[in-house]
Design a protein around this ligand. Sequence first.
Ligand SMILES: *Cc1c(COP(=O)(O)O)cnc(C)c1O
Length: 380
Amino acid sequence: MGPGPSDVHPRVLRAMSTPLVGHLDPSFVEMMDEVQDLLRYAFRTENKWTIPVSGTGSASMEAAVGNLVRPGDTMLVPTNGYFGGRMESMAERAGGEVVHVDAPWGEPLDPADVADAFDEHQPDVFGFVHAETSTGVLQPDVPELTSIAHEHDALVVADTVTSLGGVEFRADEWDVDVAYSGPQKCLSCPPGASPLTLNDEAMSRVLDREEPARSWYLDLSLLEGYWGSDRSYHHTAPITNVYALREALRLVAEEGIEERWARHRHVAGALKAGVEAMGLEMNAADEFWLPSLNAVRVPDGIDDGAVIDYLLDRYDLEIAGGLGDLSGAVWRIGCMGHSARPKNVSYLLSSLADAIDAQDASVSVDADAGMEAMQTALGE
Ligand SMILES: *Cc1c(COP(=O)(O)O)cnc(C)c1O
């Protein structure tokens, strides 16, 4: 129940014990098509350029930023969380200049601020984080943000690492040019092959670059040769991770993407109701609550790390502390993919209540009220 990796579904673990074939084996080539189709389904897109990038979410992130940002380009990035900062580092390494749209950690971007930043800086690329894992904030108003960017002829990159397969995201309908994700969050798959999708406009900007992308490994104009129509060798695909991703995406398709979004809202909603009824406070306002990552404020007088250690030692249960500006101030409780189940929420609430009570501080929580609120929210 941390910020990822989430629990892996048994079917995905089983798929990972499938014997290897070559990365150009006809059966593997067929599987690549299938994975691409399933990724399009999860991203809600028709984009031809939809692939798993070899590596973790940061690899698909760097593939997006490092290919789109050309030397001298300006990229607009957010300051309201940890991962906007990582976008900034990647854009700088790509030779870009970075400008900011500000919002405090724990709040989403305001479209009016984004519009002001566009008027002031005229960026070529705009990146935002749809589901900020460091703060538990979901960015609303995505179509509004993309239309501001497109009025200024900029391309939009969305970080959907903690939303894909868990929280509503619609690449085509919302006009997002590029979106990247990771497999080990709401897709409940081990890290290693990370979703990326680009529309034609974004891909033509990449293919028209005068100077090649600085990373050879992540150069999408070269990867095109393997994941595009040629299917010729670029690097050896992480075969086992592709098996795993395929199975994880099949589980998404079997459940139905909208049903899966609804399950995350329902189950994490019970978690949130339980935490609040116990007397704890969520970090994000209700309107921006992110079901897949619940940031809960650490009560005064409680040592966040001691509770985290207690949960791991006594209950074999993982949650995480805060990052950056929220270090020591929040616990981050994931509710992702296969982990988003009522029994996990019930276990978490009772264990967390015990862990806080065991801290010998003046703080006490109402465990019974928490369990009752959870059951009501689950409709039991
Ligand atoms: C986890 C995460 C990443 C980075 O993914 P890794 O798999 O750790 O490389 C990027 N963005 C967000 C929002 C994340 O939560």
